[in-house]
Write a protein that binds this ligand. Structure first.
Ligand SMILES: Cc1cc2nc3c(=O)[nH]c(=O)nc-3n(C[C@H](O)[C@H](O)[C@H](O)COP(=O)(O)O)c2cc1C
Length: 269
């Protein structure tokens, strides 16, 4: 198994940190990765590595953290997908370095973070994340929070992966050439663990749909940010499995009774 697939399969959000400082060499690696991180939309995502104490950054659900990541992006088409994509790539990279993260869209002092990274009127900060070494024991707050949103559970395959249309849920991925790519989508983090991704595989076309259950906020639709995370997982697994292709927007208008919103199509080579 490749290092990224391994990291995606074994990832979990971390909210309790060990107060251990990061070596300068690790901080440099993260900053370099952030500088070069891409997304399929060619949109620049401004991601900052911040010292928590120096900037007065805190969250009621996080403890023992020394550093945060925060992002901002200019409003434009697909700014939400691109933000989720690039930010998750950084989180998975952090995991390969032995570091924990958790995306926070609500439980942090948003206005302080926005001020520190100077979010302008035409810009949006979707999430921030603490980054550091995981403590060996979770706080009670973290344990209760994970329980309350069923953070350890995921929808079964047949509720998220479909063959040709939404009536044919895929029950097993055994023998499926896309097994690793789909498995890591199921493991992806999402706001309130709602897992909005619904994916139809029609021969060489993979259509991504969103099942929106969280209302759009002033920053935008946080579940399109989640969709960007799913695309990042799909692409990181693709790169390790050498599965090539290109993205396109060509809504196949597949009938469904859940008011699903079409997002994007991946065309396998
Ligand atoms: C866009 C986004 C926003 C999130 N916002 C918060 C948040 O405000 N507070 C929090 O404690 N967790 C937040 N989370 C973490 C999710 O609750 C978590 O990913 C989910 O419960 C699944 O758990 P896991 O990441 O450990 O697999 C967020 C995750 C995402 C992707």
């Amino acid at each position: 198994m490749g290092i990224l697939i391994d990291a995606m399969k074994n990832r979990k959000s971390v909210r309790t940190f060990s107060n251990k400082k990061l070596d300068e060499s690790i901080i440099d690696k993260i900053k370099k990765y952030i500088k070069d991180v891409d997304n399929p939309f060619g949109i620049k995502i401004d991601i900052r590595f911040l010292n928590a104490k120096e900037n007065g950054l805190i969250s009621p659900v996080i403890s023992g953290e020394e550093y945060y990541l925060a992002q901002k992006v200019e409003r434009q088409d697909n700014y939400d997908l691109a933000s989720g994509y690039s930010f998750e790539k950084v989180c998975i990279y952090a995991k390969t370095l032995g570091l924990g993260t958790v995306m926070l869209a609500s439980t942090m002092n948003r206005s302080t973070f926005e001020k520190v990274i100077d979010v302008k009127d035409n810009e949006v900060m979707f999430v921030v994340s603490p980054i550091g070494y995981e403590s060996n024991k979770r706080t009670m707050v973290e344990s209760l929070l994970r329980k309350s949103i069923n953070a350890d559970t995921r929808l079964p395959y047949e509720k998220i992966f479909f063959d040709k249309n939404f009536d044919n849920g895929i029950k097993s991925l055994d023998g499926n050439t896309l097994k690793d790519l789909l498995e890591v989508i199921q493991k992806a983090p999402s706001a309130k663990n709602c897992q909005p991704w619904r994916i139809v595989i029609d021969d060489n076309k993979i259509h991504f749909y969103e099942y929106q259950t969280i209302k759009t906020r002033p920053i935008g639709d946080i579940q399109r940010f989640d969709m960007g995370i799913a695309l990042a997982h799909f692409d990181m697994a693709r790169s390790e499995c050498n599965i090539e292709g290109i993205y396109s927007f060509e809504n196949p208008n597949i009938e469904n009774n859940m008011d699903l919103q079409y997002v994007i199509t991946f065309n396998l080579k």
